[in-house]
Design a protein around this ligand. Structure first.
Ligand code: ADP
Length: 295
């Protein structure tokens, strides 16, 4: 199974060009879509989920025309949007039962088995009779996944899922996604590089509506290997370094500023070469593009 996106473009009525000819091949497994805020991730996810129209381009899932045959897509799609409301007074058991019957699981016994298995899978069994309004952020996300899984979707789209989750909830959510990703296409849209590094076998980086890099995380990391240099500087020297070197990222450590510089050769003796990670790939791709923007 393959999702093929070709030359997908979208300009909103306010003139913002959110997608500029996106071309991507997404195979079975977990696929990470990384990009800064405003990159076009949600626009792409909503288009794939048949919730908005593209201006041009094509999307196919094997032989299925995703942009035209929306009804068929909806039957095989599980979508977990960035934010979703829950009915606060109803329990997860009742709500899943209700959604399953809306999605066509009409046989009562079959529906009960399905809902029970989903509650176990998403670790909500113990709280199945509590009202959704009392759930933590992580529990709500897992409920979102449970409802997205009804109907055995072949394509699952998860938009920015871990915002607001505590570390333990995040790990649990990740494990659940990995399990699901074994026999479906799961697209995980996020700006958290670590989530993609930990979970995804394939990925793309998008920035300002364009694909700037795609492949598997290990290969992409290897592609910058040997080219990432680190230096610890005073904050006041940051601008000077930015003028002289290609600074891709900076962070504070014990009151000092640690910069990462992208360079084929050692910039000078004050820089040390470090083992590159996916974050270095990400920042080397997006930093120059973002800098070009007016602030
Ligand atoms: P991301 O999910 O990567 O943060 P979005 O797809 O939400 O990116 O946004 C891409 C660009 O399109 C941004 O500049 C955003 O302001 C703009 N945008 C998103 N949705 C709309 C909309 N409905 N109308 C107009 N502009 C939009």
């Amino acid at each position: 199974m393959n999702l093929q996106i070709k030359d997908l473009s979208k300009t909103y009525s306010n003139g913002v060009q959110a997608l500029k000819g996106i071309t991507l091949t997404i195979p079975q497994g977990m696929f990470g879509l990384l990009g800064p805020n405003g990159a076009g991730k949600s626009s792409l996810m909503r288009t794939l989920a048949t919730l908005q129209e593209a201006d041009s381009g094509s999307v196919t899932l094997d032989t299925l025309d995703v942009l035209k045959d929306k009804e068929s897509v909806r039957k095989i799609l599980g979508y977990l949007p960035q934010e979703f409301g829950v009915y606060p007074k109803i329990s997860s058991f009742k709500m899943l039962n209700h959604i399953a019957s809306l999605k066509g699981v009409t046989h009562k016994g079959e529906r009960k088995d399905l809902v029970e298995s989903l509650l176990h899978k998403t670790n909500l069994w113990n709280v199945r009779n509590k009202s959704l309004g009392t759930y933590s952020g992580g529990m709500k996300q897992r409920f979102g996944i449970a409802q997205a899984l009804i109907g055995n979707p072949k394509l699952i789209i998860v938009d920015e899922p871990t915002a607001g989750l505590d570390p333990a909830e995040r790990v649990r959510f990740h494990n659940l996604l990995s399990e699901i990703g074994e026999n479906t296409i799961v697209i995980l849209s996020t700006h958290i590089v670590e989530d993609v590094a930990n979970l995804c076998s394939n990925m793309a980086i998008i920035c300002l509506g364009e694909v700037v890099s795609q492949g598997n995380p290990q290969d992409l990391t290897r592609s910058v290997s040997g080219k990432i240099w680190r230096k610890t500087i005073d904050r006041k020297d940051f601008e000077a370094h930015q003028q002289e070197f290609r600074v891709i990222s900076s962070h504070l450590k014990a009151g000092k500023t640690v910069i990462h510089v992208f360079s084929d050769d050692q910039p000078n003796a004050s820089f040390e070469n470090i083992k590159a990670n996916l974050e270095d790939v990400y920042f080397s791709e997006i930093s120059s593009r973002m800098e070009a923007l007016p602030h």
